[in-house]
Design a protein around this ligand. Structure first.
Ligand code: MN
Length: 134
């Protein structure tokens, strides 16, 4: 189970993403107002952040930049979800520091596959790290 922070201003998308992630055993938390996203991320300590790009106040691109500059959150993987898929958009999103890019309307299969690919393979790593090396 992973904690996944969703930053999205559309209530229907929030419901869709939360339902999908919960159905796959994860713990989603949604933030509608991107101005609250950084504080929410600091307290929720997500394993993954999913952010819309078209957001009022603080755009998804700005938020990705803020997360990448934050000492506590800079390593957390980010998946961008965007309705407007123009030329160069994916490059801009990736250059800002997101690891994945999914366009809306989302393909459920693609969405879930991208999420799983970004989550740490925690059990394998923990087992390896807990065994003595010398
Ligand atoms: Mn939006």
């Amino acid at each position: 189970m992973a904690r996944i922070l969703i930053v999205e201003d559309n209530a229907l998308n929030i419901k869709l993403f939360c339902d999908l992630l919960a159905a796959h055993g994860h713990e989603p938390q949604a933030v509608l107002d991107s101005r609250l996203a950084l504080d929410s991320a600091r307290s929720f300590e997500p394993d993954l952040v999913i952010t819309d790009i078209q957001l009022p106040h603080v755009s998804g691109l700005e938020l990705i930049g803020l997360l990448r500059e934050d000492e506590q959150l800079k390593e957390v993987p980010i998946m961008a979800v965007t309705a407007y898929s123009g030329i160069g958009d994916e490059e801009r999103v990736r250059a800002a520091g997101a690891q994945a890019y999914v366009s809306k309307p989302i393909s459920v299969v693609r969405f879930v596959a991208e999420v799983e690919a970004l989550l740490p393979k925690e059990r394998v790593l923990e087992d390896a790290e807990s065994s003595p090396r010398t």
